[in-house]
Design a protein around this ligand. Structure first.
Ligand SMILES: NC(=O)c1ccc[n+]([C@@H]2O[C@H](COP(=O)([O-])OP(=O)(O)OC[C@H]3O[C@@H](n4cnc5c(N)ncnc54)[C@H](O)[C@@H]3O)[C@@H](O)[C@H]2O)c1
Length: 253
C-alpha cells in the first residue's frame, strides 16, 4: 500500500533524490521548498508529486503549509527532515550572531516545528517513521562551520531523545549522516580551491579524499536508498541510530 511521505526542503538536492526514491516505490509524496522554480520543475517531472512553497525559516508559515499537506496526503507515515543550510565559512569569532541564528533557526527550529506537528499524525500510522538529515559535521568537529556543526550535532540529540519518547507509539526515529555528496556543488568547490591554490583539480580531489577509506564522494541516490530502507519493514527494529554514509571519513580537515 502507498505510504504517505512528507519531505522538507525537497525541491532539489538530496531532498529531491529522497522524494524520487519514495515516488518510485509508489508512495504518495509531498515536498515543500522555498524555491518555486525547482518545485515546478520537480512537479513537471512527476505529476503525481504534491508540492507547496514555504520559507521554513518563518516559523508561522510552517503550520498552515503542514496542515494543507496533511489534508492532501490524508495522514502521514514517514517524515523526512531534510532541511539544512550550511551558513558561512568563517572563524568562530567572526561569525555574526545573525548568521549563527539563521543556521540554527532553519536547521533546528524548523525541524522541531515540523516534527511537533507531525507526531500526532505519525501516532495514527501503523508504522510511523522519522528520518533526520544530520551530517558528518554531526559526528566530528568542523572548523569554520561552527553553527552548521552545532546544528547537526543537535539533530543527533533530537533523534536519540525522540526515539525514546516515540518508541511506545511504534514510531522509529533515525538520523542519516552524509559526507560530501557528489555533484555539481562539490565539483565547483573543488575547482575554486584548485584555482585559489594554483594546483590541479585532481590534486585537490585527492586531498579532499585523503582522510577517507573509500576514495569517492557520496552518491545522493545511495542516501535516498538508505532512507527507503530505514522506512521499510526490514528496518522495523532500527531506531535511535546515527547512520553515517561517508566512505568512512576519519577527519574533516
Ligand atoms: N550536500 C552535502 O554534501 C551534504 C552533506 C551532509 C549533509 N547534508 C545535509 O543534507 C540536507 C540536504 O542537503 P542539500 O545539499 O541537498 O541542500 P541544498 O543546499 O541543495 O538545499 C536543499 C533545498 O533546501 C531548500 N531551502 C533552502 N532554504 C530554505 C528555506 N528557508 N525554506 C525552505 N526550503 C529551503 C533549497 O531551495 C533546496 O531545494 C541538509 O540537511 C544538509 O545539511 C548535505
Amino acid at each position: 500500500m502507498a505510504r504517505k511521505v512528507f519531505i522538507s526542503a525537497g525541491g532539489s538536492g538530496i531532498g529531491r533524490c529522497i522524494a524520487e526514491a519514495f515516488l518510485k516505490q509508489g508512495d504518495d509524496v509531498f515536498v515543500c521548498d522555498i524555491n518555486q522554480q525547482s518545485l515546478q520543475q520537480f512537479k513537471q517531472d512527476y505529476p503525481q508529486l504534491q508540492i507547496a512553497y514555504c520559507d521554513l525559516g518563518q516559523m508561522n508559515a510552517i503550520q498552515p503549509m503542514f496542515e494543507t499537506a496533511m489534508q492532501a496526503l490524508g495522514g502521514l507515515d514517514i517524515l523526512v527532515n531534510n532541511t539544512g543550510i550550511s551558513g558561512p565559512t568563517v572563524a568562530a569569532d567572526e561569525l555574526s550572531f545573525e548568521d549563527w541564528t539563521q543556521v540554527l533557526n532553519l536547521n533546528l527550529n524548523s525541524t522541531f516545528m515540523m516534527t511537533k506537528l507531525a507526531i500526532p499524525y505519525l501516532k495514527q500510522s501503523n508504522s510511523g517513521v522519522i528520518i533526520n538529515l544530520s551530517s558528518i559535521a554531526g559526528r566530528m568537529g568542523y572548523p569554520f562551520r561552527l553553527a552548521y556543526s552545532t546544528s547537526k550535532w543537535g539533530i543527533i540529540g533530537f533523534t536519540k531523545t525522540l526515539s525514546m519518547e516515540l518508541g511506545a507509539f511504534d514510531i522509529r526515529v533515525n538520523a542519516v549522516l552524509p559526507g560530501a555528496v557528489d555533484g555539481e556543488r562539490v565539483q565547483r568547490v573543488l575547482q575554486a580551491r584548485a584555482d585559489a591554490m594554483n594546483i590541479s583539480l585532481e590534486e585537490v580531489t585527492q586531498n579532499a579524499l585523503a582522510n577517507q577509506s573509500l576514495k569517492q564522494f557520496v552518491n545522493p541516490k545511495h542516501i535516498a536508498d538508505l532512507c527507503v530502507f530505514l522506512a521499510s519493514d526490514s528496518a522495523s527494529s532500527i531506531s535511535g541510530q546515527i547512520l553515517p554514509i561517508d566512505g568512512d571519513k576519519q577527519r574533516l580537515t
